[in-house]
Design a protein around this ligand. Sequence first.
Ligand SMILES: [Zn+2]
Ligand SMILES: [Zn+2]
Length: 393
Amino acid sequence: MSTKDFIEKDYYAALGVAKDASAAEIKKAYRALARNLHPDKNPNNAGAEAKFKEVSEAYDVLSDVKRRAEYDEARRLFGSGGFRPGGFGGTGGGGPGQTFDVNDLFGAAGGGGGAGAGGLGDLFGGLFGGGMGGGTQTRTRPARGRDVETEATLSFDEAVRGVTVPLRMQSPGTCRNCFGTGAKPGTSPRTCPTCHGAGVTTRNQGSFAFSEPCRDCRGSGTVVDDPCPECRGSGVTSQTRTITVRIPPGVKDGQRIRLAGKGSPGQRGAPAGDLYVVVHVGGHDLFTRSGNNLALTVPISYTEAALGTAVRVPTLDGAVTLKVPAGTASGQTFRIRGKGVPAVKQSGDLMVTVEVAVPKQLSEEARSALQAYADAAAEDPRPMITEAVRSRG
Ligand SMILES: [Zn+2]
Ligand SMILES: [Zn+2]
């Protein structure tokens, strides 16, 4: 439904109710009409079907406090049915008294701030799309939702594989106690006496007329005598919502992920803000992580290092065989390609560092075998040190 619909269609007439009809009256009128016009009751009756649609559309708008207010505002600003998009500017609209200076109104709304600016911008945004207004228009678009930042703590595996997490967030939303009207339930906002509900006041200064948002109602067109206790009249409260967010695989500790459009909802259908999630990633008892590479330390025995061996080493989701060649030094690192953190472009590698483990205690049999080995291995493991000591006398 566009602003054009708002201006051209008389929803009150469609439901046969007065402009100041209460919500109960609107509902009653709609029910009676809907019963009579329902397609089940009127098969193959195109006239009834069209009327049924019209009535439903009218009820959709008028039963929603916020949309009804928008509709009323649109009709107030543009008159009922007298205005046709395209007649603007050039021919001066429907007649005397309906010629506005668009830019004047834009300027006033933009400078005024507050809720009224969003309302006017919304109206004009709907009318003109992207075509008119040029630079002025961007200022008066309804506000995009705020960006929101939150935190998520993930386990090592969740961070590596990606995970779907529920996030609880506080953000402003329409007050559920007063449905955004700002008035205490049972009461309703009354038309602002200063601007007579237009939300805009016009001031004459010499030969110029200035339009600006009404100061008394801040452009809303209504004033609240008995404010809603939940939102203190603002119509907006802080609300907790839980959203489910898919964290992509491969996030790093401390990384800030942007989830477009998951922030606060925008005003009146404007785009939502973005959600930023700062992730905290827990440790792993085997692996340490550096970017997309994983590191693992694997102890091997002296004989394994000296003779060579094949060791089964764990990966994130299984195990692989690492060939340790004969004569491997303690501290040597082997790269196992593609067994690190999975990534879209290029998965990380698993870096395995072998460390020669020296037994703290030896059995009698092992000791004598080692002694026999020591006697047999005549090779000096530290010739440079031996030489240095010798040269010092
Ligand atoms: Zn409220
Ligand atoms: Zn006012």
